[in-house]
Design a binder for this molecule. Structure first.
Ligand SMILES: NC(=O)c1ccc[n+]([C@@H]2O[C@H](COP(=O)([O-])OP(=O)(O)OC[C@H]3O[C@@H](n4cnc5c(N)ncnc54)[C@H](O)[C@@H]3O)[C@@H](O)[C@H]2O)c1
Length: 242
């Protein structure tokens, strides 16, 4: 499959989980991919180290990708944290945990979009696919108040950016992954009883593999989605349909 041949992509959080699967899928479809992550070891042609909450770092990483590829066509703001053990319901949530979550998940997504979209505009258009979460739309992640609020902000960004840039050839969408087998969930997925109970709440009866989320990202990035913008697409095994 060579659906993204000639596409230059920039993906954050590409060293692990969903981001890693996205990089591998885009590359398999022919894209050249740069990544920005705080951890090393991302696949793709240009793995860069940058913290998405640091504007100078993310601006620099986008500039490096533009200079290496000659431009960018696709931006995937995906990096996020879930501060397990620190994120909590509001009355127990300390401000530092709240702030770090908002800084990485929402401000980081904004900064990636800000500098990424500037590169898309310079090249005459392109696509942005955010990795959001159903926890941003529904109260399904009890006790993860900072995470849920950060992802609600990302959903808001998807819609307003779609409106802002539709006239300039840029489509903006988001995927809403359901429970996906990544490092973010290893803390509870390792307990077979807890895993079985959570998976029983999913109509498809199982967690997603990161590759299944990456497939939806690749579709939204592609010309097959040429009339799709401002969409938040659940890829959740039916979790939010019931
Ligand atoms: N796993 C799930 O069940 C699930 C469900 C819904 C949404 N999501 C979303 O999917 C995305 C990917 O999460 P994942 O499950 O693959 O988690 P993960 O922990 O496996 O991967 C997250 C990646 O982001 C990087 N990262 C963290 N903070 C960063 C920062 N400040 N700057 C740059 N990179 C940073 C990490 O190093 C890591 O490589 C996130 O936006 C997450 O909120 C995940």
């Amino acid at each position: 499959m060579k659906g993204l041949q000639g596409t230059y992509a920039f993906v954050t959080g590409g060293a692990s989980g969903i981001g890693r699967a996205v990089v591998e899928r885009l590359a398999a479809e022919g894209a050249r991919v740069a990544t920005a992550d705080t951890s090393a070891g991302a696949p793709g042609e240009l793995p860069l180290i940058a913290d998405v909450s640091d504007e100078a770092a993310i601006r620099g990483a986008v500039a490096e990708a533009v200079s290496a590829f000659g431009g960018l066509d696709l931006i995937v703001p995906n990096a996020a944290v879930q501060l397990t053990g620190r994120d909590d319901r509001a009355d127990r949530l300390d401000r530092d945990a709240w702030q770090r979550t908002i800084d990485v998940n929402l401000t980081g997504a904004f900064l990636t979009a800000k500098h990424g979209i500037a590169a898309l505009l310079a090249g005459g258009g392109g696509a942005v696919v955010f990795v959001a979460s159903p926890a941003g739309l529904y109260g399904i992640a009890r006790g993860l108040d900072a995470y849920s609020a950060s992802k609600a902000g990302v959903a808001g960004l998807v819609r307003v950016l779609a409106a802002d840039y539709a006239g300039e050839g840029i489509r903006v969408n988001g995927v809403l992954p359901g429970i996906t087998e990544t490092a973010m969930n290893h803390w509870w997925m390792g307990d077979p009883e807890q895993r079985a109970a959570v998976e029983a709440s999913v109509p498809l009866g199982r967690a997603a593999q990161p590759e299944e989320i990456a497939g939806a990202v690749a579709f939204l990035a592609s010309e097959d989605a040429s009339y799709v913008t401002g969409a938040l697409w659940p890829v959740d095994g039916g979790l939010t349909a019931v």
